[in-house]
Design a binder for this molecule. Structure first.
Ligand SMILES: NC(=O)c1ccc[n+]([C@@H]2O[C@H](COP(=O)([O-])OP(=O)(O)OC[C@H]3O[C@@H](n4cnc5c(N)ncnc54)[C@H](O)[C@@H]3O)[C@@H](O)[C@H]2O)c1
Ligand SMILES: O=C(O)C[C@H](O)C(=O)O
Ligand SMILES: [Mg+2]
Length: 605
């Protein structure tokens, strides 16, 4: 079904970021003509070019004569999509998922305006294809699926060349970059150059949820080699066939890239995505005070998880201040798990006023070697602040198993960011029935679906019907019988990163501060109504992700203004931002979002 635009719809001209919410979209300047326009997905309208435009742009005769409206093109695409769904019924899940990805990808490659319109209007259906879980399968099969390049590739072989290479990107302005080195793609490990699918999927969400102009996004792969032996031996592998660079050699590549990007686009925001833990923390510390950058797996995830944890306290009918009393077991001591713990501890310390040391008491950290205690050999410095005194809790020793910890601690929350599918097995889930909460929460946040710590069905079946459930990848709600439904929350950083990027961009802040990230998380936490909370709903439906992102973006922008970090964006300066009330900020953010409509194209040499 064609849905009416919820936001002022005009395509930004390539020369100006000013938006007009008139019925006729602002014209768009193009510097090419004829077939070159048809082959450029940013400008192509396929059969939608009006006759006058065909004359102006030298397109007469290059298209069938009948002009088809945007609405008709949309309906035609959706018909093909639905018939593909029908025709592939019963085929293996992976085959169907890839077929759906292919049809969307072909549209993406051909006509971006139509692609983003169908994506925005059908985000609930299409997010699982362009994002987790299918994007994981796409990355695994990338070298075989590769048809056309998207984004930029900087490899170890490009050392010394990046400053000039960055000028090969055809767009004059870039606002948002998602960067990966492919070393920890979802829970799938090192996928080398094939990890490019992740920045592409994340940036699709930026366009769909945050209304970032697709002409101003840039997915980037830093190919420093791979340690994945299977890929190194694969003759179709498209990346460098060498082991990953390490140490100084590695960091000098990232440094060079960051310098090159910020020389050409000083205000571009760089989101680090799916870096293995050691480089995730190291690069965050290295760049966060120098560039406008954040790590989505550490910081975006933390904000979403914290919002879910605060929602859980509300589901239990307790005041938010009771968050300090929640016993939380975090399974996975990687970038995501430690990011969550750091932010949650800060929140408890703020609420209780007792300082961070005391705030850590109720948190338990488990990694592949079991409970993390101070007795651990080679204790990771990032995990050390959360290590327990051995024996301090009911005699729990170093390396105690997840089951032992759950049985002894009786946690209010069990949160998985381990990347290990099924690690919340039947015994662990059954042990959660003895939780000190009547409504314990289980978050199986690892992606993609097969790496989730448990399925939604198993969680409700074994841990009981009163649980609150969240997962990183989507699961269907669970039918509990007698008309009751076990609600599945998608606890995924997609609820925050688009708003963090958008708010940072519009504020013109030079850095992304803890305050801006905290504002994002608090905004998400307060978005859900008490009525929804009663049903175990912690996050809004993905259908309204654009509305949530407006609110999150505005909260981030206001935090930047409050911290005097906002330097303004485009024609809106810091003083104007400062003078905006909350509603005006929300309105400004909403007005600044790109929405896909066909703009009249004007040729300029
Ligand atoms: N839902 C989201 O928004 C979201 C966000 C970020 C990451 N993730 C997911 O979280 C997972 C981990 O990401 P990461 O960046 O922290 O990875 P990571 O590799 O940095 O960390 C993984 C951690 O899990 C631990 N682990 C491994 N096997 C274990 C086991 N059997 N029991 C307990 N712990 C075990 C490891 O010791 C390590 O500490 C991935 O699957 C990723 O997709 C989800
Ligand atoms: O990509 C996602 O779906 C979430 C997260 O960034 C992850 O790495 O799993
Ligand atoms: Mg990620």
């Amino acid at each position: 079904m064609w849905k009416a635009a919820r936001f002022a719809a005009s395509r930004l001209s390539s020369r100006s970021t000013r938006r007009f919410s008139t019925a006729i979209p602002a014209p768009c300047i193009v510097h090419k003509r004829g077939a070159d326009i048809l082959h450029d997905p940013w400008f192509n309208k396929d059969t939608g070019f009006p006759l006058t435009e065909r004359d102006r742009l030298g397109l007469r005769g290059l298209l069938p004569p009948r002009v088809i409206s945007f609405e008709q093109q949309y309906a035609r695409f959706m018909e093909s999509y639905r018939s593909l769904e029908k025709n592939t019924k019963g085929q293996p899940e992976g085959v169907v998922a890839l077929a759906k990805w292919r049809i969307l990808n072909r549209l993406h490659d051909r006509n971006e305006t139509l692609y983003y319109r169908v994506l925005i209007d059908n985000i609930q259906d299409f997010a699982p294809i362009i994002y987790t879980p299918t994007v994981g399968l796409v990355c695994q099969n990338y070298s075989g699926l590769f048809r056309r390049p998207r984004g930029m590739y900087f490899s170890a072989k490009d050392k010394g060349e990046m400053m000039s290479m960055i000028y090969n990107w055809p767009a004059p302005q870039v606002d948002m970059i998602v960067l990966t080195d492919g070393s920890r793609i979802l829970g799938l490990g090192d996928l080398g150059v094939q990890g490019i699918g992740i920045p592409i999927g994340k940036l699709d969400m930026y366009v769909a949820a945050a209304g970032i102009n697709p002409q101003r996004i840039l997915p980037v792969m830093l190919d420093v080699g791979t340690n994945n032996q299977k890929l190194l031996e694969d003759r179709l592998y498209l990346g460098l066939r060498q082991p990953r660079l390490e140490g100084e050699e590695y960091i000098s590549i990232v440094d060079e890239f960051m310098e090159a990007v910020h020389t050409r686009w000083p205000k571009a925001i760089v989101q680090f995505e799916d870096f293995q833990m050691k480089w995730a923390f190291e690069t965050l510390q290295r760049y966060r005070k120098r560039f406008c950058t954040f790590n989505d797996d550490i910081q975006g995830t933390a904000g979403v998880a914290l919002a879910g944890l605060l929602g859980t306290v509300r589901v239990q009918g307790r005041p938010l201040s009771d968050f300090a009393k929640q016993k939380i077991v975090v399974v996975g001591a990687g970038s995501a798990g430690l990011g969550v713990l750091n932010m949650a501890v800060q929140a408890v310390a703020r609420m209780s006023g007792n300082g961070e040391a005391a705030a850590k008491n109720n948190f338990f950290l488990i990694d592949k070697d079991g409970l993390v205690t101070k007795e651990r050999n080679n204790l990771d410095p990032m995990a050390a602040p959360f290590a327990k005194e051995p024996g301090a809790i009911d005699g729990l020793r170093e390396g105690a198993s997840l089951l032992e910890v759950v049985k002894k601690v009786k946690p209010h929350v069990l949160l998985g960011l381990s990347g290990v599918g099924g690690v919340f097995n039947h015994e662990v889930l059954k042990a959660m029935r003895e939780s000190d909460s009547t409504k314990p929460a289980i978050f199986a946040m690892s992606n993609p679906t097969m790496n989730a710590e448990c399925t939604a069905e198993d969680a409700f079946k074994h841990a009981g019907e009163s649980i609150v459930f969240g997962s990183g990848s989507p699961f269907d709600n669970v039918d509990l019988g007698n008309g009751k439904v076990g609600h599945v929350n998608q606890a995924n950083n997609m609820y925050l990163f688009p708003g963090i990027g958008l708010g940072a961009l519009l504020s013109g802040a030079r850095i992304i501060s803890d305050g801006m990230l905290q504002a994002a998380s608090e905004c998400l936490a307060s978005y859900i109504t008490d009525v929804d909370i009663q049903k175990g709903i912690l996050y809004p439906s993905i259908d309204c992700i654009r509305n949530i992102t407006v609110e999150v973006g505005a909260a981030v922008l206001r935090a930047a203004v409050a911290e005097e970090l906002a330097e303004g964006h485009s024609e809106v300066g810091p003083k104007e931002l400062m003078n905006m009330c909350k509603e005006e900020t929300v309105e400004y953010v909403s007005r600044s979002m790109w929405f896909p409509v066909y703009s009249p194209l004007v040729h300029e040499k």
